[in-house]
Design a protein around this ligand. Structure first.
Ligand code: F0G
Length: 359
């Protein structure tokens, strides 16, 4: 059975449904849209800011988690994508494209479907977490599986969009940065400007760029503490990494497009960009799941891994951005089960032992 994408311009505008206001409407005066513009929205943004008592205790600061996995497609990308796709639709685009480690692909596919626009994504072959691939396919995007890495995919889509009328929705697109800066607005409002430090994973470096822009617009300067995976840390090394490697597939990136902006965010905020190892990422991932009840994807856990590794460094109010939902990457969750899966014959004695015996 094949579904043909519905060719109707199903663009949402007007009054919000329920209490959840589309992101662009909520911050219309701070975004490059006019009242009455048709918006392509899945009611993104307004995500929870959750207290993390266990992590707070460990680092001796009040730590909160910005749950960006609560966005409609399960990652922060929806904030930028509602803007990028609304603008593309407004300007009459027929197609959007991106290179992606998975989340941008899923988000662009969903928003393009909503807008009735064609979507193509280029992803590194075999390097995309399953949940993200499922999302991208189900929304009807064309998926090009590249025998190369993310950086090569991005170079190719930039080349392609230079000569074809297809809108590039990677974070080179200014609308993406504009949309994503709203997460900083939400944190600023929730903490009434009292944030000291923001911990955030860094891949292509669009998000740290966006947060810094958002905080600056609010007139505050929390320290921006960016974390890259050790095997994919070009900003720390000071040069591109040709073969980036990390368990956190979302941030397996060797040549970030927002390089200068990210470095400026770190420097101007008196922050830093530092590394965390895969082991540190996975142990933060497990701590979040086991002790805080929060299932995020590995890349997201890099923010908490960094905080645990380097400490709060005098900050009293800290926010760690959990950029994507754990269900995006079921492979990693199942592979790190610590032997808690027990197969059992249909016998009460065996069940008793399995349930009640020593772990
Ligand atoms: N966390 C997650 C879950 C991501 O998907 C990404 C980036 C990042 C962090 C890093 O954010 O690139 O703005 O520094 N994912 C992109 C993608 C590259 O294609 O989905 P960044």
């Amino acid at each position: 059975m094949t579904f043909k994408p519905v060719p109707l311009p199903r663009i949402q505008g007007g009054a919000p449904v329920g209490t959840h206001v589309p992101l662009i409407e909520r911050y219309l005066d701070r975004l490059p849209f006019e009242p009455g513009d048709k918006l392509v929205s899945l009611q993104e943004g307004s995500t929870p800011l959750l207290q993390a008592p266990v992590i707070s205790e460990i680092v001796g600061a009040t730590v909160r988690l910005k749950l960006e996995g609560s966005n409609p497609t399960g990652s922060f990308k929806d904030r930028g994508m509602t803007c990028a796709v609304s603008a593309a639709a407004r300007d009459g685009a027929k197609a959007v494209i991106c290179a992606s480690t998975g989340n941008t692909a899923a988000s662009s596919a969903a928003y393009a479907a909503r807008a009735g626009i064609t979507c193509a994504v280029i992803v590194p072959e075999g390097k995309i977490a399953q949940g993200k691939m499922a999302q991208t396919l189900v929304h009807g995007a064309r998926v090009i599986s590249l025998r190369g890495n993310f950086d090569q995919a991005l170079t190719l889509v930039r080349e392609l969009t230079a000569t074809h009328p297809i809108v590039l929705v990677n974070s080179v697109n200014e609308y993406r940065i504009e949309g994503q800066k709203t997460a900083a607005f939400e944190i600023h409002e929730a903490l009434e400007g009292g944030l000291d430090a923001l911990c955030i994973p860094v891949g292509n470096a669009g998000n740290i760029t966006s947060y810094w822009r958002g905080f600056r617009e609010m007139g505050t300067s929390p320290r921006m503490l960016g974390f890259q995976a050790e095997g994919a840390a070009p900003l720390v090394a000071g040069h591109p990494i040709e073969h980036p490697e990390t368990v956190a597939s979302a941030i397996r990136i060797g040549n970030p497009v927002r390089w200068e902006d990210a470095m400026a965010a770190a420097t101007d905020s008196r922050g830093s960009i530092r590394t965390v190892s895969d082991t540190e990422i996975l142990s933060a991932y497990q701590l979040l799941a086991y002790r805080e009840g929060m299932f995020c994807e590995p890349a997201s856990a890099a923010s908490v891994a960094g905080l645990l590794k380097y400490g709060a460094e005098g900050a009293e109010q800290v926010v760690c951005v959990l950029t994507g939902r754990g269900l995006k990457d079921p492979e990693t969750a199942i592979a790190n089960n610590d032997g808690r899966m027990i197969t059992c014959p249909v016998e009460i004695a065996a069940i008793e032992e399995a349930v009640l015996g020593d772990p």
